[in-house]
Design a protein around this ligand. Structure first.
Ligand code: GCO
Ligand code: MG
Length: 408
């Protein structure tokens, strides 16, 4: 068989997604996720203008060759746009290969290594009471692992904390936050560092020692501040502290690592194994945060995880709602199959998203499972998608109290 057609589908059911659909001359269809939050149309153009014309007529079974061709022969390597485009092609070709074999994709990756993938949900609250309600709500849904994010006195709305505390409300809920320009939020790292350890103490006290707790620092600390936070959180036994400092300075993580034994996770904005080279070989992290969607697909992320396995580093793939159900399904198949799976982030998509992307994955007793449909197990409904037009939407900007733009 060969590739007959390839289409880029841009839609906005609940939030913006870029999806690639590849069809073979026998009519087998494969889907890939190419969504880069806030920069969606750049990947759509990269695919449409520079990749789709090269796919037509290729042998769809030659996945490794397609990957190497797209990565090496473009001359320009790496970067989120390139690697998301390559990921979309790679995942769509794996979807086709598994459908042709009549098997769920995880079977082609070596079969299941576990009954399901431990998932963590996102609890948050502007204050401690609201946070505890949100944690209880997640426990009631069956979560065994929960990320907790808290408001900080004096700072107002903070990214990662739902402003509306009613059950089911979330911090990222598009289209409510769609503005022509990024919203601005205030940030003060010292106020945050004073506040967070007390919140963890109270949550441990209320919910006991067994609950798996995680926290995301959204790149806002210096290595020294991150080391100090990690140290002060040690009594509360975190599963991980995520993105405590911007990861492009890999050497900065040496400073963090030398100061704390709190497990560290990093990499949701990384694109290739090279972004992890020092972090992995020097064992400066415990979990790889990459998503299949932003790291060149299953082909590349599987190799990255094999490299990480040598150093006892596990997976914690990025799974917020801007990873489409196609991207999430792909990483559930990979997570089920690899030996060094750690945990999977799981923010349930909105109803609109799940109407357009019909999925076979399940969440039961705290575990996600990709399902047993042939391929990825995701179908895309064009008719419904047509009703949800793309609207630009941006992540917020964080500014310090004096107006300086800050990392987030
Ligand atoms: C996470 C993330 C998200 C990202 C978002 C950006 O850990 O899930 O930090 O909240 O900020 O996916 O696109
Ligand atoms: Mg994060």
């Amino acid at each position: 068989m060969t590739i007959r057609s390839a289409e880029v589908l841009v839609s906005s059911p609940g939030r913006n997604f870029v999806t690639l659909r590849i069809t073979t001359d026998d009519g087998v269809v494969g889907l890939g996720d190419a969504t880069v939050n806030g920069r969606e149309l750049a990947v759509a153009a990269y695919l449409t203008e520079h990749v789709l014309p090269l796919l037509i007529g290729r042998d769809e079974a030659m996945i490794e060759d397609a990957w190497q061709f797209l990565y090496r022969s473009a001359y320009w390597r790496r970067g989120p746009i390139t690697m998301a485009a390559i990921a979309a092609v790679d995942v769509a070709l794996w979807d086709i290969k598994a459908k042709v074999a009549g098997l769920p994709l995880y079977q082609l990756l070596g079969g299941a290594s576990r009954t399901g993938c431990l998932a963590y949900g996102h609890a948050s609250g502007t204050d401690l009471d609201a946070l505890c309600v949100s944690i209880q709500n997640h426990l009631d849904q069956g979560f065994k692992a929960i990320r907790i994010q808290t408001g900080v006195p004096g700072l107002g709305q903070i990214y990662g904390v739902a402003g509306d505390q009613r059950p089911g409300q979330r911090y990222d809920y598009e289209p409510a936050k769609r503005l022509p320009k990024p919203a601005e939020e205030l940030w003060d790292t010292r106020a945050y560092l004073r506040h967070v350890p007390g919140v963890f103490a109270a949550v441990r006290e209320k919910f006991g020692p067994e609950l798996v707790l995680l926290h995301d620092g959204h790149h806002r600390m210096t290595p020294n501040q991150a080391g100090s936070l990690g140290k002060s959180l040690e009594p509360y036994d975190l599963f991980w502290l995520e993105d405590c400092t911007p990861g492009e300075n890999q050497e900065g993580m040496r400073r963090v690592r030398s100061q704390t034994t709190t497990p560290l996770a990093i990499g949701e904005v990384f694109n290739t194994v090279y972004d992890y080279q020092t972090l992995i070989t020097e064992q400066l992290i415990d979990y790889v945060r990459s998503a299949v969607t932003h790291t060149g697909g299953i082909t590349a992320l599987r190799k990255l995880m094999d490299f990480a396995a040598i150093y006892q580093i596990k997976s914690g793939f990025h799974g917020p709602t801007d990873i489409s159900p196609v991207g999430q399904a792909a990483q559930l198949h990979l997570g089920l199959a690899i030996h060094n799976f750690g945990i999977q982030e799981y923010m349930k998509h909105s109803e609109e998203t799940l109407q357009v992307f019909r999925t076979s994955y399940t969440f039961e007793n705290g575990l996600l499972h990709p399902g047993n449909n042939p391929g990825l197990g995701v179908d895309y409904d064009d008719d419904l998608a047509a009703g949800f037009e793309y609207t630009p939407a941006y992540l917020p900007t964080a500014r310090l109290l004096d107006g300086t733009v800050h990392d987030w």
